[in-house]
Every structure is written in structure tokens, then in C-alpha cells.
Design a protein around this ligand. Structure first.
Ligand code: ADP
Ligand code: MG
Length: 342
């Protein structure tokens, strides 16, 4: 899809600021018995400090695999190629000790099901203070003070700081996870469906909180959910993934209001209500399923479900073509000879 060059002029997802994270031609293949599962098939994007990028797409499109592989957290046995440049250093090849340092203090992750990651027998204050003591080498009292401040920032009052996880609601526990992600002052947070288990209003509040906090601190965020409209409200830019590739990329509002890719159009119609859990499994107006990684092949991966399919879609290799200022889409319709504007 996108170019493999590191040249800012040709990499569609490069921002003007020096990138904090530059991902180039990232590919992740799971080995399953005697066959390969190409879950991520050539992803390129960049994040500048303070950028908020939303990643949307139905279940199985490779979002989690992509996010995990950025910090080499993917399943053992998965093959990862390409480049993940964090401040210019390739995390895919860097030494283990360097990678640990980045995971510790550079990039934080809030994962799907992160709530179960909280220790049930320790207060939330202790759990947030601990990494501060270890990493910043400060005394417990100072770490506790900072942990209380962080909890306050995410809307948990000081009197609740000594609660155990089970004494808090699901929304509060997720706020704790965000405070924990912020504890060592990372410059990048990767959040994979951090709110999916929560009710709709709480989801929107938590994502808004995360987006606000990071904007204030110039932390970059990559936020993943299947819900396009929820992301569009909280992130500056959106990348839509389909079958292991980014098929559309651009400023959130534009992507949501004037989608260039028929998949994005279908996806935005499929989630008319912010955070509607019912639309997750059976998105309205988007019949069928994405192809399994083993079923991807020639032509556009969305052709089989596309209401606007052309004969060329079944034969031509799609790339993430320019589709206007700041916009990219992997659909032949954006090409001039198909009536597009690029
Ligand atoms: P998403 O997060 O968008 O739902 P995933 O990254 O979880 O997508 O999955 C992408 C594809 O990779 C799916 O087809 C899934 O079945 C497959 N997959 C995910 N994890 C593994 C694994 N550990 N081994 C083999 N296949 C996997
Ligand atoms: Mg996932």
C-alpha cells in the first residue's frame, strides 16, 4: 500500500513536526501450524509529540496486533518486519535493555481488559506510586503525593485513593489505569479499546479525559476502538484499518464527515450512536465480515463487500493514495482517471 521510503514527501502519514513515532511498512505474520496468518500487511504512519491518532476498524482487522508489535509485545512466534522508529531508534531491532527502558518510561500501554491488570490486594494509590518510586527514584512519600495528584487529575478524589480496586466502579478503575499510564510521564500512550467494557456515557467521558490530559502534556496517543464516531470526537486524526492495512487516513472530522473510502463510509453509518455496543458485532449497513488474513489476495480486500465496486478493484493492487490535502485513501476512486481529485 504505502511507499516504503522514509522520505517525508512520500510517506503519507508523516506530520510536519519531527515524529516521535514513525512506523514504516510494518508487517506481522502469525505462524499457525503449517500456515501463515498475515495479520498486519504493511502499515505506515507517524505521530508527532502531542498528536492524537485514532485507529478504527472491525474486529479482526489487525488493530491489536499492530499496537502490540510496536513495543514487541506481540505473541511469541509472530514474525514482525518493517520499522518502528521511536525518536529515530528502531524498536524492532534495538537491544532488549533499550526496549525495556522505552516500555518503562517512554511509551505506556492501556490494553483491552486492562482492568484485570490491577492488583486486587493493593490500594490503587500504592499501585500508582510503585512505578514512580522505582523509576524516578523518589521517596515513597513523594511518590504517594504524585500518585494522589494523578488520581485527582483523572477525577478520583484523594479520599478514594486508598481504595482497593473492587471498591471502585468499572469507570473509576479505568480512570486508575489512565493515571497509572501517566505515572512515569511517558511521551506516548497506546490505548487498545480501553473502554469497551464500560457503558456508553462512561466510555465517552474516559476517552475525553484521556485526550484532554494528553493534549495538556504534549503526550502523543494512539487510541484504538472499533467505534469510529467515538474516536472522531476524541482524536485529531483517524486511521481506518481493514484486513491488516490502513485504508483511510486524515483529520478526524473530515474522515467522518466526508469519507473517501467506501469502507469508512460503511463503518461510519454502522456506528450512528456513539459507543453503541449492539453495533459492534453486527454493524448496520455493513453486511458480511472482513476477510480472514488467509483469504486476502489480489485486488482490493473490501471489493467483495463494497457497494461501489468497479471491475478494476478486483485486479488492481491498492495503495494509500493522496486524496486531498492531508487525506489518503486506498480506493481507486480517488485516482484522477477514476474521477478522483488527487
Ligand atoms: P483486532 O484488534 O482489529 O480485532 P487482531 O489484531 O486481534 O485484530 O487480529 C487480527 C487477525 O490476527 C485476526 O484474524 C486474528 O484471528 C489473528 N490473530 C490475532 N492474534 C493471533 C494469534 N496469537 N495467533 C494467530 N492469529 C492471531
Ligand atoms: Mg483488538
Amino acid at each position: 500500500m504505502t511507499t516504503k521510503t522514509a522520505d517525508a514527501a512520500t510517506n503519507p502519514a508523516t506530520c510536519d513536526d519531527a515524529p516521535l513515532l514513525a512506523v514504516r511498512d510494518l508487517r506481522v505474520t502469525y505462524r499457525q501450524g503449517d500456515h501463515d496468518v498475515p495479520a498486519v500487511r504493511g502499515v505506515d504512519f507517524s505521530l508527532a509529540p502531542g498528536d492524537t491518532l485514532g485507529i478504527a476498524g472491525e474486529s479482526g482487522c489487525g488493530k491489536s496486533t499492530m499496537a502490540l508489535s510496536l513495543l514487541r509485545l506481540q505473541d511469541r512466534g509472530a514474525e514482525v518486519t518493517g520499522e518502528v522508529l521511536y525518536r529515530g531508534e528502531n524498536l524492532l531491532t534495538t537491544r532488549w535493555v533499550r526496549l525495556r527502558a522505552v516500555r518503562w518510561a517512554g511509551a505506556s500501554v492501556v490494553f483491552q481488559g486492562a482492568m484485570s491488570a490491577l492488583n486486587p490486594v493493593r490500594t490503587v494509590l500504592d499501585q500508582i506510586a510503585e512505578p514512580i518510586v522505582l523509576h524516578d527514584k523518589v521517596r515513597r512519600r513523594e511518590a504517594a503525593r504524585r500518585a494522589t495528584e494523578l488520581l485527582d487529575r483523572v477525577g478520583i478524589a484523594a479520599r478514594r485513593a486508598r481504595s482497593y480496586p473492587h471498591e471502585l466502579s468499572g469507570g473509576q478503575r479505568q480512570r486508575v489505569m489512565i493515571a497509572m499510564a501517566l505515572a512515569c510521564r511517558p511521551d506516548l500512550i497506546i490505548a487498545d479499546e480501553p473502554t469497551t467494557a464500560l457503558d456508553v456515557m462512561v466510555q465517552a467521558q474516559i476517552l475525553e479525559l484521556l485526550a484532554e490530559t494528553v493534549r495538556e502534556s504534549r503526550i502523543a496517543v494512539m487510541m484504538i476502538t472499533h467505534d469510529l464516531s467515538l474516536l472522531a470526537h476524541t482524536c485529531d486524526r483517524l486511521a481506518v484499518m481493514y484486513a491488516g492495512r490502513i485504508v483511510e487516513l486524515g483529520p478526524s472530522r473530515q474522515v467522518l464527515q466526508q469519507p473517501e473510502h467506501p469502507y469508512t463510509r460503511a463503518l461510519s453509518r454502522a456506528f450512528p450512536t456513539i459507543g453503541d455496543p449492539a453495533s459492534r458485532r453486527a454493524p448496520a449497513g455493513l453486511p458480511g465480515d472482513p476477510p480472514r488474513p488467509s483469504e486476502t489476495g489480489t485486488g482490493c480486500d473490501f471489493a467483495a463487500r463494497c457497494p461501489e465496486v468497479l471491475p478494476v478493484c478486483r485486479t488492481e493492487e491498492m495503495r494509500l493514495w493522496p486524496a486531498g490535502p492531508d487525506r489518503h485513501a486506498a480506493c481507486v476512486r480517488v485516482l484522477p482517471h477514476h474521477g478522483g481529485k488527487a
